[in-house]
Design a protein around this ligand. Sequence first.
Ligand code: AMP
Ligand code: MN
Ligand code: MN
Ligand code: MN
Length: 311
Amino acid sequence: MSGKPASLLTFDTSSASGSALLHAQDDWPPDCRTPVPRYDLHCHSTHSDGLLAPAAVVARAAERGVDVLALTDHDEVSGLAEARDAATAAGIAFVCGAELSVTWEENTIHVIALGIDPENTALTRGLEGIRAGRSTRARGIGDALAAAGIDGAFEGAMKYVTSERLVSRTHFARFLVEAGHARAMKDVFKRYLTRGKPGYVAHRWATLPDAVGWIHAAGGQAVIAHPGRYDISATRMRRLLSDFRDAGGEAIEVLSPSHTREQYGEFAAHARAFGLLASCGSDWHGPDESWMDLGSMPDMPRGVLPVWQDW
Ligand code: AMP
Ligand code: MN
Ligand code: MN
Ligand code: MN
């Protein structure tokens, strides 16, 4: 475990001021169940490929009953200050996060950082390095789509970009839907933007040990995002989890909209087997664009230790 500040949260979840923790004084007979704070530790804003500004994401999370929220923009921490202020105003706890793009054995893997100091220079320089390749790659995606007969994709994607620091495949996907090349976001990725498809451009992101090292340097915990989404064999998955644990990684996302109910159990078992903690997040990007809304995760399966156990 990395050295972490005594309290990661900017809000004390043991007090009764969180919305889900409130009990009316005249509530009789008393509700003896222990109130469980609602955690959502994975979502996006306009600082990467989300549709709402950080403050609007936080406001929506608070409205939906989230008690502890982490904003985890791709390869980026620039939205955290706004989100933290909005969380203070809304009376919910906020965790500084990010979602780092990693290349492991030729596969793109996402690693969530939780509880980071956004000003740590090892981290900010590392993120700058990851982001640097994105614009060149975007040109490449535009060229590849042009070669497949789709003109104007680079310019079209740029219209959807909300931070000049970060262009993502999601912005191309929005353009391709708008231009009528696919009906919905999930079809676009399958038909154009994944390995072997006309608009796919391979890219080398950070290494796994580098990403985990930067997260630890910034005082955070490292979490493998949506493990069920990677198109890898069971053997390779076990190797990924053991490499990640050997690099010092702390947790995996057990609850994710990318997982089926069966996979909740499967990844809970992996967490136990590899001695990893369990995390949960909606991976929310915007209204009508996400499988799961902010804060709407089911309960964590029994028998796993949550990533927030020491917060
Ligand atoms: P990038 O980091 O530029 O490669 O873009 C990755 C982003 O594309 C992810 O964070 C998702 O938001 C989005 N994405 C990837 N695969 C899919 C998919 N099958 N359906 C919808 N969105 C996807
Ligand atoms: Mn995304
Ligand atoms: Mn991801
Ligand atoms: Mn994400």
